[in-house]
Design a protein around this ligand. Sequence first.
Ligand code: HEM
Length: 354
Amino acid sequence: MTVEKTLGDSTVLSATYRSHESLEALNIISNILFSVDLGSYDLKKPNRFQDAVIGVMEAIGNPDAANYFPFLGFLDLQGNRKGLKVSSEKLFRVFRGFIDAKRAEKSSRNNPKDVSSNDFVDAILEHTEGDEAELNTNDIVHLLLDLFGAGTDTNSSTVEWAMAELLRNPKTMAKAQDEIDRVIGQKGVVEESDISELPYLQAVVKETFRLHPAAPLLVPRKAESDVEILGFMVPKDSQVLMNVWAIGRDPSVWENPTRFEPERFLGKETDVKGRDYELTPFGAGRRICPGLPLAVKTVPLMLASLLYSFDWKLPNDMDSQDLDMDETFGLTLHKTNPLHAVPVKKRAINKPLL
Ligand code: HEM
């Protein structure tokens, strides 16, 4: 989403090139992993780290002839392998720098560090010291790459779709904001512990996952043996794609499936945790997304903060029904045209958003 800065009601600065939520999502993950912000809100500065994360995601998600004709793989016709190598090498260098710095700091310390201030990399290094270590530095940097790749784009595009739906449905936006204002009041900031008090906001998030699952085909699976499902034979070794995007819009499962109606979840037990097969944006079973517990906290928190701090409108007095909802399918599902939204300041907040 591109945020346009406003002064009162008039736009004074338009179109920034980097999306606000993806920076926020990047910083959430980089703080969990290394205790630092790797995304900068200074939009004039190039952010090579974030560009490299995007490069990895694009190289993995781009259509590739080798997926259909594996024997063409070595030709790398779309340049995806090369792109992946260049971007991931950049990220590996940054990760190795953090790991070396942490190891050096650890060996120069006399007393053990208080575990309560440990980040993910501290914790993983604690468990991978010595000759018996199961993970070497190379394994760790690949794990970190997976976490950045899987955890930034998914979170930020979900928030972008939620904002797009709310801007297209102003009454729903007003209802969500009323609830947030009632619960948060003048506290000044939305906290993680407030989310459980915001059932309508949670319904907005579920409805966004239904219509715009970040991984529309989940992650490809392979059948380990011949298996029959509902009368269809799936032969051993076939690749299986789970189309959760289509399940979310199936009229035999959902009433008015294309309408954005968070109310459908109010008072219902249906959840995204892999038990309700009509709504599995994180997958289900043994390989369910391990980032689910984090995402179900951070997505509502990011959304609630945006709705609490500002009122929102479309640029140039665009009619809400004219907002395009075109989708681009890749490994993750993107808005083809990034959302342009204009924040209108509604109350004094402690920290500027941009
Ligand atoms: C809106 C947020 C997110 C969505 C919709 C999402 C969705 C998914 C899906 C559908 C899968 C594949 C599950 C399957 O194979 O059936 C997956 C895997 C994965 N996700 Fe997420 N995810 C999100 C956020 C995160 C976050 C925040 C992290 C970590 C920081 C994360 C880490 C991973 C990892 C490491 C895998 C691979 C697991 C494996 O191979 O077993 N995800 N995610």
